[in-house]
Structures are given as C-alpha cells and as structure tokens.
Design a binder for this molecule. Structure first.
Ligand code: 2P0
Length: 320
C-alpha cells in the first residue's frame, strides 16, 4: 500500500486564470505549458490501517498547514473511508513562491496514491483527479509542451510536442523567496468577480491557444514569444485591475523584464513569462542560455538563478 512518484513543475505560456466550476475546480480557459526537467517534487505515500490520522512531512519537517489539501486529494482517489496515510514530500525549489510547487506536488501525489492503491487509472482520470486538487497539476502529468483543453464538461490534457523535439531552456530569476501574499485560487476568484477585463480574457483565450499551438507545431520561436508575452501581460492586467488589486510583481520583477527586452533588442532568442509570484521565467533557445543567465544574474534585486531544460511527465520511482 505504498508508492513513490516524482513530478516536475510546469510553466504556463498560455495561462490558466479563473475557474468555471469551483466545486470541481474546472478552469475557465484552456492553457499550454512546458514541463521543466531539473526542479522536482518527490512524493511518497504509504496507506496504513494502523494509522489514526494522516501525517505529512515536507522537506524533513512536519507540515500541518498543507495536510488538509493533500488529504482531500487522497479522499477523492481512495474514498473517504480509506486507510490513513503517511505522506513524505521532498521538493528541491522554493514552495509557494510562484514556481508551481502545487503542480508538481499534486501530480506526484496523484500518481503515487493511485499506484499505492493498485489502481490503474488512465490519463484522463489522473488528469481529472490531479486537476481537482490544483488546476495546473494536471499538466505536470505530461512532459514537454502540454495543452490542457476544456472539452465539454471536462478537461483533456495532451502532450503537443515532446521535450526533445524542440529543446528550450528556462532561466528562472528568483527575486523573492518567501510565500506569496495571496494564493492563486483566491486571486483567481477576486479577478473573476471584480476585474473589468475578465470577460474579454476568457473570450480571447481560444485565439491565443491557437496561435501558440501553431507556433509550437512550426517551431516558430518568434511567434511563440509574441503570443506568450501578450498572454502573460493580459493575465497580470486582469489582476492589477481587480478590487482589491493583486500585484505579485516587485521592483526586481520589472527590472528582469527590462533585461529580457535588452537581450531581445540584441537579437537573443528569449522571452519572459511570470506566474502568480514575483519570479521571472526567461524561456530561450538552449544556445542563448548562458547569455540569458548572466544578464539576469547581473540584474539588480535578483537573488538567485535556476536554469533548466524541458523534462518528462510525472512517473513512479523505480524503487517504490
Ligand atoms: C498557470 N497559474 O496556468 C497559472 C498562471 C498561476 C498563474 O495555475 O486554484 O495552483 O489550485 O487550481 O494550479 C496557479 O495554479 O491553481 C496557476 P488552483 P494552481 O500555471
């Protein structure tokens, strides 16, 4: 009754922001992401009839705050009458700081829990279960370029380009390591209820998805840059125009955008994207990685740099 799975976070190029069904945690819009290679969450799940309560250890420390959300995910997979579980999570990057730790965590948890129960779930069922826990985590079930589509009353997650088919490097500029001021679920609801731009965001998403899909199919970096930056800035405009406003950026976030703009002016193949946090992700062709990393490292306010290629989807660990 135990298993270990590993999953990588993903970075959305065409973003998920807003929900169409809060109970089932269904996204209002489709999204397209890239799964990273060198950042990971490893999740060990052991169901045990002898346990009186679930337990969670994250990076060697008990974590009571996160436990209810993980326990609810296990309830959906195993039923509420399930045996209690001991969950051990290890993550090699900052948690809850806009680096998609929930995506890798819930993708790994879903895969590990299903295996621990001996349940053979197909990709659709895994995506539904992971997505109910964290919308973006359904995308981390797959590697490379991944699309999450709204299909009828459901979601469908597919790989649209393998990681090796169009190599990219992502340089992440960490501008702050603490947890974010407002969680993304709450911020999405504030946006949906109050932002004057929300309705047009939902309406225009199909167009951005089509442009990104075509750019990926054609390996057209310029086209992917153009639609990704536009989609990212639209998402943040919605947040900024909400009441209360949600602003995840800091001064260094903006300085990183200037750095990326400077690189682009010099012909470097790179573009930026920013999620629900102050970190800047610079997506570039691999030959530009060194130049991009050096420029971001030299940007005032950048505390740390992480560089990664694209990687695989969630999977069981061989030794589990
Ligand atoms: C994304 N983000 O597409 C967008 C862009 C953040 C900004 O998905 O409420 O933690 O748990 O379904 O999955 C943040 O996402 O949100 C997110 P919930 P989740 O990556």
């Amino acid at each position: 009754m135990q298993a270990t799975a590993i999953a990588q976070p993903n970075i959305a190029l065409i973003k998920y922001w807003g929900k169409r069904d809060l109970d089932r945690n269904l996204p209002a819009v489709g999204s397209i992401s890239i799964t990273l290679r060198d950042l990971f969450t490893r999740m060990h799940v052991a169901f045990d009839e002898a346990l009186a309560a679930d337990t969670l250890v994250v990076n060697d420390a008990p974590d009571a705050a996160m436990l209810p959300r993980l326990a609810a995910c296990l309830d959906r997979i195993a039923g509420e009458a399930r045996p209690r579980a001991h969950i051990v999570s290890t993550c090699n990057f900052p948690i809850a700081a806009g680096l998609a730790s929930s995506a890798s965590s819930f993708a790994a948890l879903t895969v590990a829990a299903a295996a621990a129960l001996g349940r053979e779930l197909d990709a659709g069922e895994l995506a539904r279960l992971a997505g109910q826990a964290s919308g973006s985590s359904a995308r981390s079930l797959f590697g490379g370029f991944v699309e999450l589509a709204n299909v009828g009353d459901d979601i469908e997650v597919t790989n649209i380009c393998e990681a090796e088919a169009w190599p990219m490097t992502v340089v992440i500029a960490i501008t702050e390591t603490g947890p974010k001021p407002v969680g993304s679920s709450e911020a999405m609801e504030i946006s949906r209820r109050t932002s004057p731009f929300y309705a047009s965001w939902v309406e225009q998403q199909a167009d951005d998805l089509a442009k990104a899909r075509a750019a990926i199919a054609a390996h057209d970096f310029g086209a992917l840059k153009s639609v990704s930056e536009h989609n990212c800035l639209k998402m943040h405009s919605i947040m900024w125009a909400s009441r209360p406003p949600v602003v995840y950026w800091n001064a260094a976030t903006l300085r990183c955008l200037e750095t990326v703009r400077g690189l682009q002016a010099d012909g470097v193949p790179v573009f930026f994207t920013i999620d629900a946090g102050p970190q800047v992700k610079a997506v570039c062709l691999p030959e530009a990685a060194g130049t991009v990393a050096a420029a971001l490292r030299a940007t005032d306010g950048v505390r740390n740099i992480m560089t990664t290629g694209l990687g695989p989807g969630a999977r069981l660990e061989a030794d589990s």
